[in-house]
Each structure stands twice: as structure tokens, then as C-alpha cells.
Write a protein that binds this ligand. Structure first.
Ligand code: ATP
Ligand code: MG
Length: 379
């Protein structure tokens, strides 16, 4: 079967790697250049989008920021999963908030901002500090402002106004700064018949707004249940097919949705070695109309993001049950270049492996690895 993926980044690449054993061939549409590419070699394929749509068995996407015309063209084929609406909702924080409210899923309160007066209302209603986010443009913490004091309003508003003026379709939302104890996410998959399978909840650490570490281990039943509730409300509401990721803030044991991603997600990369059927394989199975695979964890797992590094130190491979995943992209500061997965038989052993890795991975580029290792060994 042929699967057309909108996007040609690492997520399409990992779908391609997961699909090969199932005889699922992934071809990428690079939205920026308008070219079809092989997701591993990045060699161009001499084909039009219309031809690729006609020839494939299913279409999916690896990111949300896709022109409407392309989404409509894919939707019209009847083969697009999770489909135009889900991708649009995932790519627009205002639509996302509206969906969460409609589905009755708790999320951070917010104020939509399209003019100066709305910012004043947000300050009055939500209080300071505020986290202010562009609705359509952000990723990896980009397109965000932190408003901490009244004295910063003018400066931040000037930047917001410039952003709003650049495109009539732009909007911004403000949220209170949520005093969370931790961030968690859930990765779920729904097949064409509506069956849902959910991976264990993942605990995530961000550094400067970018995911640096994920930890998948048994979490409290109540937390797991709240995550499952969110999935079972949101996925059917979007008539969703494929992998859906939901990021949450854990505030005193109550999960508030931060955002949803209508695709495979960085916080689910541990599933490549931590389960028998990774998020990439399960996503392809769902969109291709195949039975779903197991989402059960083999053991506690961790994922370490490789940000802005030219290579992954080869010595990490000397640690048992450690795998390295390279994306083959040009290196830029802070860019997601690859990741390292670790799976173990117990939390204690996972901690031990993380400590071994921390000796090979400079702390300034891989924050938190040593600390997490020590924490896991002490618990
Ligand atoms: P990504 O694409 O990497 O998920 P993003 O650019 O879509 O990131 P968010 O997930 O909304 O943006 O925010 C990035 C991070 O900023 C969050 O994971 C969290 O650490 C912090 N953050 C965002 N909103 C809030 C908030 N309201 N209160 C506190 N922290 C926040
Ligand atoms: Mg996020």
C-alpha cells in the first residue's frame, strides 16, 4: 500500500521506517517546495500532488501548518486521515480551545486577542503573569510571549501588534501562567472502526519551551483515567483516525489540556523501543485500515531529545537497551536533530542507564539526564 504524508521531516521519516516491514510505502509531500520526496533519501519524485493523491491508498500529515488548498485537495479524495478538520483544529489554538470547551475537556482559561483592548481584558480577567501565544504559527515554544509585569505591556504589545498586522488571519490567545507540578502527555490511536488504544501517559520536561526529556512509567491510576477521558471525548468529536497526542499540565492532580497534536508526537518517540507497536506503526495501521497493535509498555522508558548537535555520541550505543535515532537534517542551534531511547526492566535500572548516559552526554546540551537518573534510582 502507498501512504502519502503531507510533510517531509523526521516524523514522515520515522513513519517510513515503521511502514516498510508492513509493506506500507511512505511518500512525502514537502509543503514548502511543493515537491514529492522520498522521506528517507529526500530524493525528489517526479510526480504531481494530484497524481500522488490519485495513486495512494491513504493520506496523512506529519504537521499542522498546511495551506487550506492542499488540505481541501486531499480531503476531496476521501482518503485523508485524520482529515482536514482535525488538522485545522490542531493548527489553530482558538479552534482547539473551542473544541475542548465543546467536548467538556478541562483546559487553561484564555482570552482571544485581536486588538489592544483584549490584552487589557486578559490582564484584568486572567491576571499576571500571562503566557501569550500566536494561534496559528507556533511550535517548540516559538511565537510566544511571557507578560510578567504591567511595565512590559507596551513592549510586548508592540510585538503582538506587528504580528497581528502581518496577516489579517492572525490571532493570539493569552492564558494565565499555569502553576503546574509537571507536564504529561498521552498518545492514543483510533482506527477507522472507532476502536481506541492508548499508550501509557508520558511525563515531559521542557527547557526553554522545547521538549528535552520524556519518561514513560506507571503513573497514578487517576491521572491515566483523566488522560483516557480526554482522548475518548476528543477523538470521536473529530471523527478521528490515526494517532492523536494530547499535552497536559498536571495541577495538583488535575489534568488541564495544554494543546492537542493531530499526529504522531515527539513525546511518543519512546514507543519505538518501549512497546511492540510504535506510535508510527500504529498511526500507519490506523490510516491504512489495518488492525491496531499493542500499546502496552515493555518496561519503563525514557527519550532524550538531541537539540542542535551535529551528531549523537556513538558511545551511547555501548549502554545496553539504548538506541539512537538520527533525522538527517542540517544542524542549526536548538533544532531537533535526533533522539535517544532507553528502555529498562525497572525504574531503578532505567535510572542506572540514564546515569551511564549522562557521563557521555554533556549536561549543557542534555539537561536533566543525570538528575532524572538519580531520581529514578532513589525512588
Ligand atoms: P510544541 O510544539 O513543542 O508542543 P508549542 O510551541 O506548541 O510547543 P506549547 O506547548 O503551548 O507550545 O508551549 C510550550 C511550553 O511552554 C509548554 O510545554 C509549557 O512548558 C510552557 N507553557 C505553555 N503554556 C503555558 C501556560 N499557560 N502556563 C505555563 N507554562 C506554559
Ligand atoms: Mg506543546
Amino acid at each position: 500500500m502507498n501512504i502519502l504524508v503531507l510533510g517531509a521531516g523526521q516524523l514522515a521519516r520515522m513513519m517510513s521506517l515503521a511502514g516498510a516491514p508492513l509493506d506500507l510505502n511512505v511518500i512525502s509531500y514537502d509543503v514548502g517546495s511543493g515537491q514529492l520526496l522520498h522521506p528517507l533519501t529526500l530524493h525528489t519524485v517526479d510526480q504531481t500532488l494530484a497524481r500522488a493523491i490519485a495513486d495512494c491508498d491513504a493520506i496523512t500529515a506529519e504537521f499542522e501548518h498546511i495551506p487550506d488548498a492542499v488540505l481541501s485537495q486531499c480531503q476531496a479524495s476521501g482518503k485523508f486521515y485524520p482529515g482536514q478538520e482535525a488538522i485545522k483544529v490542531g493548527g489553530d489554538r482558538a479552534l482547539e480551545k473551542a473544541l475542548l470547551e465543546r467536548a467538556g475537556v478541562p483546559c487553561a482559561s484564555y482570552q482571544l486577542i485581536t486588538e489592544r483592548a483584549h490584552l487589557e481584558q486578559a490582564i484584568e480577567r486572567l491576571g499576571l503573569p500571562l503566557v501569550i501565544k500566536t494561534c496559528q504559527a507556533g511550535y517548540d515554544g516559538k511565537g510566544q510571549w511571557r507578560l510578567r509585569a504591567d511595565s512590559d505591556v507596551e513592549l510586548i504589545w508592540a510585538e503582538m501588534a506587528a504580528f497581528l498586522a502581518a496577516d489579517a488571519l492572525h490571532s493570539i490567545i493569552a492564558e494565565p501562567m499555569i502553576p503546574f507540578q509537571r507536564e504529561v502527555s498521552v498518545i492514543a490511536v483510533r482506527d477507522r472502526a472507532g476502536n481506541i488504544a492508548v499508550y501509557p501517559v508520558t511525563e515531559n520536561e521542557h527547557t526553554n519551551g522545547v521538549l528535552t526529556l520524556s519518561l514513560a512509567r506507571a503513573v497514578e491510576d487517576d491521572i491515566h483515567q483523566q488522560a483516557v477521558d480526554a482522548v475518548t471525548r476528543l477523538a470521536p468529536a473529530l471523527d478521528y483516525v490515526g494517532v492523536l497526542a494530547i499535552e497536559f499540565f498536571d495541577v495538583d492532580g488535575q489534568l488541564l489540556v495544554n494543546e492537542i497534536a493531530p499526529r504522531v508526537h515527539n513525546s511518543g518517540h519512546w514507543t519505538q523501543q518501549g512497546t511492540l507497536c510504535s506510535q508510527f506503526e500504529n498511526h500507519l495501521r490506523a490510516v491504512a485500515g489495518l488492525p491496531l497493535g499493542s500499546t502496552e509498555a515493555i518496561g519503563p522508558s525514557a527519550m532524550i531529545n538531541v537539540l542542535g548537535q551535529a551528531a549523537i555520541p556513538a558511545q551511547v550505543l555501548s549502554v545496553a537497551n539504548v538506541t539512537s535515532h538520527w533525522y538527517g537534517k542540517a544542524c542549526r542551534p536548538g533544532r531537533k536533530m535526533g533522539h535517544i531511547n532507553v528502555v529498562a526492566g525497572s525504574e531503578d535500572l532505567l535510572g542506572e542507564k540514564l546515569l551511564q548516559l549522562s557521563a557521555l552526554l554533556p549536561q549543557e546540551h542534555y539537561p536533566g539526564v543525570a538528575r532524572l537518573g538519580r531520581e529514578l534510582m532513589q525512588e
